[in-house]
Design a protein. Structure first.
Length: 176
């Protein structure tokens, strides 16, 4: 455990089912608080559990996805994913998806710690180009501080999770 009261763990395919409730709760609370991570309200625990089970679990089991979780007092308070399911001409690239931090645990360095650690896994896997997209100014500032570069902005990219509006997204990359 670090000085900020949390620890980062690699989530194995074997441990995934046992962490499903914590992962589902994390995603549900983040979406309810406006996280632009592909979902819109109403979005409940069952929806969240289905996402993790049906979309994330199979790729984790196939070895094409890495999931890190941040835990405080045994509870999942953050997560990030590295999607390595790239086409044959892009074996050097991976995509960061769904950096999530429980709203009650933000501003403690969890997001930064998750990103630093997931980049280590990417590097070990020979992934030297990391891409991501974000609709959050706060997340974009974090990514810039970690060396990510802005490629461009796409207007009206997706529906806002809690409001009747369309969000802009920023595409970013980092060479490791």
């Amino acid at each position: 455990m670090d000085d900020n009261g949390f620890e980062i763990e690699l989530l194995s395919a074997d441990a995934f089912e046992g962490q499903l409730t914590g992962l589902a709760r994390l995603l549900e609370v983040c979406v309810a608080h406006g996280a632009a991570v592909n979902f819109v309200m109403p979005f409940g625990l069952d929806d969240s559990r289905s996402f993790w089970s049906e979309k994330v679990g199979p790729s984790l089991a196939a070895g094409t996805r890495v999931i890190l979780v941040a835990k405080a007092d045994g509870q999942i308070v953050g997560s990030v994913q590295l999607d390595c399911d790239t086409p044959p001409n892009q074996p050097h690239r991976a995509e960061i998806t769904k950096l999530l931090v429980d709203p009650g645990f933000r501003r403690r360095g969890i997001g930064r710690a998750l990103m630093v650690e997931i980049e280590k896994y990417a590097n070990e896997m020979g992934r030297m180009l990391i891409t991501l997209d974000t609709a959050s100014d706060g997340a974009e500032a974090l990514y810039v501080s970690l060396g990510y570069r802005r490629v461009g902005v796409i207007p009206a990219y997706s529906k806002h999770p809690t409001e009747d509006s369309l969000d802009t997204t920023t595409i970013m990359y980092k060479q490791l």
